[in-house]
Design a protein around this ligand. Structure first.
Ligand code: HEC
Length: 163
């Protein structure tokens, strides 16, 4: 966020964007991920685990917001700076990726679409491997697919208890 810059007409636009309701964010995630998925053939299961696949998923679904050049509400930090990629387990990274971030109702704040329902387990796993390799000096995570399964199950429970 820049300070000391006069709030011109763009300020109104970004204020509006920051209050888009969650269902629209989901549509954004589905759209972004469909762009990424379309560059892949899900039948190539083993290829899906390759670092190139992970890099492509990151480039197509995350980089436009996380290259460190954007501004809030959509500009995310360079993931080198994120503690999520340095953690002993991938759990936080999985949760943020699946759930996204939304500001409290009616308030401005960072916005990230959640990719649950928009990205497959194998593509998500490939992306996690890539992010860990590229943005952290720590050793590879174990049991990525198990962690993804648990995170998805918890999300399902949460949404079931909400409705
Ligand atoms: C529409 C823009 C947008 C997209 C697309 C997006 N993010 Fe984000 N993300 C944000 C914003 C804004 C934040 C909050 C500011 C921050 O912490 O970077 C955030 C936060 C995060 C964080 C927490 C960073 C920290 O430690 O504070 C992680 C991790 C993350 N995003 C990962 C991802 C991954 C992985 C993808 C791709 C699957 C992705 N994001 C796609 C906008 C986006």
């Amino acid at each position: 966020v820049q300070h000391g810059v006069s709030r011109g007409p763009m300020a109104e636009v970004t204020d509006d964007l920051s209050t888009v309701p969650t269902p629209d964010l989901h549509a954004i995630a589905v759209f972004i991920a469909s762009q990424a998925n379309s560059t892949h053939h899900e039948s190539a299961t083993t290829a899906a685990q390759s670092p190139e696949t992970g890099a492509q998923i990151y480039e197509a679904t995350c980089a436009m917001c996380h290259d460190g050049s954007g501004e809030l509400p959509f500009g995310g930090i360079d993931l080198t700076l994120s503690t999520a990629v340095d953690s002993p387990t991938p759990r936080n990274l999985i949760n943020v990726t699946l759930q996204g971030l939304a500001p409290p109702a009616g308030q401005a704040g960072p916005i990230m679409p959640g990719f649950n329902g928009a990205i497959t387990d194998s593509l998500l796993a490939a992306m996690l491997v890539y992010l860990r390799t590229r943005y952290s000096a720590r050793p590879p995570w174990n049991n990525i697919s198990g962690e993804i399964r648990v995170a998805r199950r918890d999300l399902k429970r949460e949404s079931a208890s909400r409705s």
